[in-house]
Design a binder for this molecule. Structure first.
Ligand SMILES: O=C(O)CCC(=O)CC(=O)O
Length: 259
């Protein structure tokens, strides 16, 4: 892993050069870190160089503020690309990473060849729900929501068959910075791209999880309907579909970026 000082925080990232012209940047979901992509790399390494980073306040990236916005998180991506002298790249983000992808597609279209957003929505949840979650973890810690988090993130079948993987990801969740988690909860709560999607002109792939109750298939269809160039595919997964179906998720990216 490498670290770079960006505006207001130190960003932890990993750039793997597999000798390709194309680079794919991955943006993690709320409460996870760059290891969430571990099982996608093998298939994708035959097609892309892979840049992964921990978003602000996640994993080993620092944070020094109680609230952050999707615009700031999007600018972190642009700053990291500038630092690495990567002019145009492919982007893939899950959930809050998908909100960042929407913001980047709307505001920095010239920097992205194609954008993949997975298990996300133009608006995720509502203010009350996010305020309740911030209160819960502020008063009782991230460890207090491990069970409902696992139930939202993984389908019952996946949880039963992959207990070690579920525990590994929940461990990263539990030891994440509380400030980083709640700051990004505020970012998700405030984000709403429903009226801006028509400005997202970068070719877009939406991956939806059939069993995702946080960001539903209907949310994915809404984005597809309101965005100029968008395809939608599904996986029989809950919220972290790239973890439940790593090879299939990667193959959807490859098919989309090559056609
Ligand atoms: O996963 C995200 O990035 C935002 C949505 C969310 O918080 C999922 C969950 O319910 O934990």
């Amino acid at each position: 892993m490498l670290k770079v000082q960006l505006t207001n925080f130190i960003c932890n990232y990993n750039l793997e050069n597999f000798g390709h012209e194309k680079t794919l940047i991955f943006s993690n979901s709320l409460g996870t870190n760059l290891s969430m992509w571990e099982d996608n790399i093998d298939v994708l390494s035959h097609h892309f160089n892979i840049l992964r980073y921990d978003k602000r306040g996640h994993g080993e990236s620092t944070i020094h503020q109680d609230k952050v916005s999707i615009a700031e998180l999007g600018n972190d991506v642009i700053e990291l690309l500038n630092y690495l002298k990567l002019d145009t790249v492919y982007f893939c983000g899950v959930s809050i990473g998908g909100l960042i992808g929407q913001w980047l597609g709307i505001n920095y279209s010239s920097r992205f060849e194609k954008i993949v957003i997975s298990n996300t929505a133009a608006k995720i949840g509502n203010e009350e729900g996010w305020a309740a979650r911030v209160k819960q973890v502020t008063e009782n810690g991230l460890g207090s929501i491990l069970i409902p988090t696992a139930e939202r993130w993984f389908s019952p079948d996946y949880r039963a068959k992959n207990p070690d993987k579920v525990q590994e990801i929940l461990h990263h969740f539990k030891v994440n910075s509380l400030q980083g988690y709640t700051a990004c909860c505020y970012a998700v709560a405030a984000a709403d791209f429903r009226e801006q999607l028509y400005n997202l002109e970068v070719p877009l792939l939406i991956i939806a999880g059939i069993q995702d109750e946080v960001t539903t298939l209907a949310d994915g269809k809404f984005i597809q309907k309101h965005t100029p160039i968008a395809n939608l595919v599904t996986l029989d997964a809950a919220h972290l579909s790239n973890v439940e179906y790593p090879a299939e998720f990667a193959k959807h990216i490859i098919h989309f970026t090559e056609h």
